[in-house]
Design a protein around this ligand. Structure first.
Ligand code: SAH
Length: 224
């Protein structure tokens, strides 16, 4: 991984600052701990070098294996929706670039992040190690089944769309835990937030979104 020059670093820091106020705060992602976490993570480290100048653009960007790193606003919105507390244990489904896992790791005790494409998981691990974040564990596998070995989780964030919340994920959620995931509806994909209260799902909806499909046993069978 190349390092930005001092000049590039200054430009990226300014772009990160603008992103926080215009893309997040102005649109209601205003929880101070979430903003601090996002301010602390250099998004450019998670995108290919030719896209550094786009690292803080208001959109998703392409990464390897035909996947994407989510738009900063959506990362902020999902993080705020599950509101990880400092002592909590979090599952991140769809590691991709590792950016969402990095943001969650600044707010939680630890994060398990699961990805079906081994090369993406390996690349994300290299970035996270270079940043010296030590509370993220990488797993390669089908995240539609969650990761029972480390359950229960206080918060689960899913970065790929399923026909409905996979039952395995709800089972692995602790009492009082929160899941945020994109779900296919007849009107297109929408972000859903589920809280487990007395073992039951309390559901609310946030906004329309566009994510890649959750490909797996409790997701979709294919990439299309
Ligand atoms: N959170 C990521 C966004 C990645 S896009 C980031 O911050 O960059 C969603 C990712 O979910 C893709 O990398 C895709 O390969 C992965 N994915 C899709 N279905 C999956 C499954 N069943 N288990 C694990 N990962 C899955």
């Amino acid at each position: 991984m190349n390092e930005p020059t001092d000049q590039q670093r200054r430009e990226l820091a300014a772009a990160r600052h603008d992103m926080l106020s215009h893309q997040l705060l102005d649109r209601g992602v205003d929880a101070p701990d979430v903003l601090r976490a996002i301010a602390a993570v250099p998004r450019e480290a998670f995108v290919p070098e030719p896209l550094w100048h786009e690292a803080y653009s208001d959109r998703a960007l392409s990464i390897d294996c035909a996947q994407t790193i989510s738009q900063p606003y959506i990362v902020g919105l999902m993080t705020q929706a599950v509101a990880p507390q400092g002592h909590e244990h979090v599952l991140d489904v769809g590691t991709g670039s590792g950016y969402q896992a990095a943001v969650l790791s600044r707010l939680a005790r630890d994060v398990i992040t699961i990805e079906r494409h081994a090369p993406l998981s390996a690349a994300a691990r290299r970035v996270i190690e270079a940043l010296s974040y030590t509370n993220i564990e990488f797993v390669v596998g089908d995240g539609s089944l969650g990761w029972p070995a480390a359950a229960p989780y206080d918060a689960i964030v899913v970065a790929a769309a399923a026909p409905r919340c996979p039952p395995a994920l709800f089972e692995q959620l602790a009492e009082g835990g929160r899941i945020c995931l994109p779900v296919d509806t007849e009107h297109g994909q929408r972000l859903q937030v589920i809280r487990k209260v007395d073992g039951r799902a309390r559901v609310r909806w946030l906004c329309d979104v566009r994510f890649v499909p959750l490909v797996g046993a409790q997701g979709k069978q294919h990439d299309d």
